[in-house]
Design a binder for this molecule. Structure first.
Ligand code: RIB
Length: 308
């Protein structure tokens, strides 16, 4: 592919109030954590920033409140050289908020309240029609109103834009079976929910038989599983010292989308995505941990040298 990859993201913008603690407090318990930070996040924003830092031209479609947090997002998009033309300011509801708790081993659990993200509409998506239609790939997650995501998938697919869904968080009442998707990229927890049990490989195979180009299940330290017409195989993870895994899945999906948009085959693209996710684990916060293309290239060069 000769042009710069073009990525459209229809997704969430959420401010992360990050607590570091040894564990989550139990019911009725007050527990003292070890650190705190405020970072910009949300799976949509993180994935958009990930793609941008990997060299793509990126359009993000989303909704924030008319508050200080919303201003912070618009300023950061500008700093990253991205347009905020498709970020709507909701008049009634504030910007989305989440509270990731990061444990000493770098793993996290997150509780989030979507707020303005919940009110993203199909009309908001339609205003970005040109960007979506001319993108190589559209990235979706489920932190905005699923009707807006479903509408974006239909719009993209009718213009030949590849559609990738990160089904997070899974909505049990929303079926994605008839969404026009090319790639489904759950993590292992979401894959088990979608599979209604532990047979995630069987689930992935069935989705490929039903028409998906591939299902890629990201499995953290275990790596990733790819299912496509060629079969099912595992790609091991790169070993790093995890400081904070928040946003690592978004870095993975950004790397995957940009690689696929460049015409890279799926096995190579998943390896590249794994390097992006691994690098993100070595840094604190979601958006600050999205690596630049040069960092990923250097990481892969060093890793290859050591495996010789
Ligand atoms: O994937 C990580 C993101 O999920 C965090 O930035 C948080 O906002 C939640 O949406």
């Amino acid at each position: 592919m000769s042009h710069r990859p073009r990525v459209a993201v229809v997704g969430s913008l959420i401010v992360d109030l990050v607590f570091r603690a040894d564990r989550r407090p139990g019911p009725g318990e007050t527990f003292t954590g070890t650190d705190f930070g405020i970072y910009l996040g949300g799976k949509g924003f993180n994935q958009a920033i990930a793609c941008r830092r990997l060299g793509a031209e990126v359009t993000l479609v989303g909704r924030v409140g008319q508050d200080h947090f919303g201003d912070m997002f618009l300023a950061r998009l500008k700093d990253e050289g991205m347009t905020a033309d498709h970020i709507t300011r909701d008049e009634k509801t504030g910007t989305g908020i989440a509270s990731p708790v990061v444990f000493p081993d770098g793993e996290n659990s997150i509780i989030g309240v979507p707020r303005a993200n919940r009110f993203l509409t199909p009309s908001d998506v339609d205003r970005a029609r040109v960007a979506i239609a001319s993108a190589d790939i559209l990235m979706l997650q489920l932190e905005v109103d699923p009707q807006a995501s479903r509408h974006a998938a239909g719009l993209a697919s009718s213009h030949g834009t590849t559609v990738m869904l990160d089904p997070a968080p899974v909505h049990l009442h929303v079926s994605i079976d008839d969404w026009p998707l090319d790639y489904l990229v759950p993590n292992e927890v979401e894959a088990r929910i979608l599979a209604s049990g532990p047979d995630t490989t069987g689930f992935a195979r069935r989705r490929v038989d039903a028409g998906l180009r591939a299902v890629v299940i990201s499995e953290g330290r275990q790596g990733a599983t790819i299912a496509d017409a060629a079969g099912v195989r595992c790609v091991p993870a790169y070993r790093v010292k995890t400081v904070d895994s928040t946003g690592a899945g978004d870095a993975f999906r950004g790397g995957l989308a940009v690689s696929l948009a460049q015409g890279t085959d799926i096995d190579q693209a998943v390896r590249y995505a794994g390097a992006c996710g691994a690098l993100a684990c070595t840094r604190v916060g979601a958006e600050p941990s999205m690596p630049a293309a040069s960092e990923v290239t250097e990481f892969l060069r060093r890793t290859d040298e050591h495996s010789d």
